[in-house]
Design a protein around this ligand. Structure first.
Ligand code: F6R
Length: 369
C-alpha cells in the first residue's frame, strides 16, 4: 500500500500536489470567485464576525499561525491563533460575533474538541477545518470545511498540513470576498495564484535530491535551528517540529527578529541553521532584514541552509547550502517552503536509523488531554 515508496511518509509527501488540487476542487469558479456554500455559516453571519480565533495543536497549530497573517491582511478582522490546550483553560473572551476556527486532521484531538465545546458554550460560531469525514470535531461544529488530503497514515503530518493551509487561505479569502475589503483586486489575483500552486509544489518535489544529501550529511549533529520571519516563522517552527518527532534531535524554530534577544547565543561553529527567506519582490524590508540575520549567524560560525526563491541572488554569498523554491506570493510561500523541510526531516531520521512512519512515543490521534 506504500505504492513503491520506502515509507508512508514519503508517499504522503509525494501526494501533496494532488492533495492541494483536491482541496481546491469545486471551490473556485472560472471567474476566480470562491464558492464555499458547503460551509453552513451564512454570508450575513460572516459579515458580522468581528474577531477570529483559531485553535489547534501541533502541526495544525502552525497552519493556524499562518492563517492569522492571511486573515488579518485580507479581511482586516482581528485574528488570534492559540494552542487548544492553552485556550480552553484561560477563560477566553468569546461572543456570538466571534468565529472560532478549529483545525484538526483527525477530527478527534481532545484538546481541540474541548476548546470548541467551550467556544460554543460561550455562543461563538465554530468552523472546523478537518480531514476526516464524520469525525467528532466537525460533528460538534457549526460548520466544516473538509480538506481532501485523503487518509494520512504516517504519524507526522505532511499532506494534511498543506491542505490545512489551503483551507485556511480559502477561509481568509472567502471572508474577504464576502465582506468586501480594499484588497478586492489582490484577493482575486491570489485566488488565481492559489489555483495554480500545486504545480509549484510539484516543482519543489522534483528538486529534492540535494536536500536529501544534505540531510544525510547532518545526521551526526545534535542540534538544528530554524529561523523565519512573517509566515516563514511558523514554517520554521514546523521544520523544527518535524525534526524533533522524526529524528529525535534538538530542533528549535525562532522568529529571526528574536535572534538578538537570546537565541544568537546558541550559535557556534558548525551549527546547522535553516533559514526561510521571504520573497524578495516588493518586500525589501523583510527580505533585507533576514539577509542581515543570515550574515550575523554566519559570522559566528553557523552552517547556513537557506531556503530562498528562484532568482533571489542576494542570499547566495551567505548560503552554505541553498534550497530553491519557486517564486510565490508572500502569504502563500509556506505551501512551497515547508516541503523541503518535510523531506529534510524524513531523510535525516532515516539516516539515523529511525522508523519514520511510527516515531517513538507518538500516536496519530491524541484523544486524551
Ligand atoms: C505532527 C503532528 C501533530 C498533529 C497534532 C494535531 O507532525 O502530526 O502535531 O498535528 O497532534 O493533530 P490533529 O490535526 O489530528 O488534531
Amino acid at each position: 500500500e506504500k505504492g513503491g515508496y520506502a515509507s508512508f511518509m514519503l508517499k504522503e509527501i509525494a501526494e501533496q500536489p494532488k492533495a492541494v488540487t483536491d482541496t481546491l476542487l469545486g471551490r473556485i469558479d472560472p471567474e476566480g470567485t470562491l464558492h464555499l456554500d458547503e460551509v453552513r455559516i451564512t454570508r450575513g453571519e460572516l459579515r458580522e464576525v468581528d474577531k477570529v480565533v483559531i485553535v489547534a495543536c501541533g502541526t495544525a497549530f502552525h497552519a493556524g499561525m499562518i492563517a492569522k497573517y492571511a486573515i488579518e491582511h485580507w479581511t482586516r478582522i482581528p485574528c488570534e491563533t492559540e494552542l487548544a490546550s492553552e485556550f480552553r483553560y484561560r477563560d477566553p473572551i468569546l461572543d456570538p460575533h466571534t468565529l472560532v476556527v478549529a483545525i484538526s486532521q483527525s477530527g478527534e484531538t481532545m484538546d481541540t474538541l474541548m476548546a470548541l465545546r467551550h467556544a460554543r458554550e460561550q455562543g461563538a460560531k465554530v468552523l472546523a477545518i478537518c480531514n476526516t469525514n464524520g469525525s467528532t470535531i466537525p460533528r460538534e461544529s457549526d460548520a466544516v470545511l473538509y480538506t481532501h488530503a485523503g487518509p494520512e497514515v504516517a504519524v507526522a503530518s505532511t499532506k494534511a498540513f498543506l491542505t490545512q493551509l489551503v483551507a485556511c487561505y480559502l477561509v481568509a479569502l472567502y471572508l474577504g470576498q464576502v465582506r468586501g475589503t480594499k484588497w478586492g483586486d489582490e484577493i482575486r489575483t491570489v485566488i488565481r495564484q492559489l489555483s495554480e500552486i500545486s504545480g509549484s509544489v510539484d516543482r519543489v518535489l522534483e528538486t529534492m535530491g540535494p536536500v536529501r544529501e544534505l540531510a544525510r550529511s547532518l545526521a551526526g549533529h545534535d542540534t538544528v535551528l530554524f529561523l523565519g520571519r512573517h509566515v516563514g516563522y511558523p514554517v520554521a517552527l514546523e521544520g523544527a517540529l518535524k525534526l524533533k518527532e522524526l529524528a529525535y534531535m534538538h530542533a528549535e524554530g525562532f522568529a529571526a527578529g528574536e535572534l538578538k534577544h537570546g537565541p544568537i547565543a546558541l550559535i557556534e561553529d558548525g551549527l546547522p541553521v535553516v533559514v526561510v527567506v521571504p520573497s524578495p519582490a516588493g518586500r525589501s524590508v523583510l527580505h533585507g532584514k533576514i539577509v542581515s540575520n543570515i550574515q550575523e549567524i554566519r559570522a559566528r560560525g553557523a552552517l547556513t541552509v537557506v531556503i530562498a526563491e528562484e532568482g533571489d541572488d542576494e542570499v547566495v554569498p551567505y548560503a552554505d547550502h541553498l534550497i530553491r523554491v519557486p517564486a510565490t506570493p508572500t502569504l502563500l510561500q509556506p505551501l512551497v517552503a515547508t516541503v523541503p523541510l518535510q523531506v529534510f526531516a524524513c531523510e535525516l531520521a532515516t539516516a539515523r536509523g529511525n522508523e519514520v512512519d511510527q516515531p517513538r512515543n507518538l500516536a496519530k490521534s491524541v484523544t486524551v488531554e
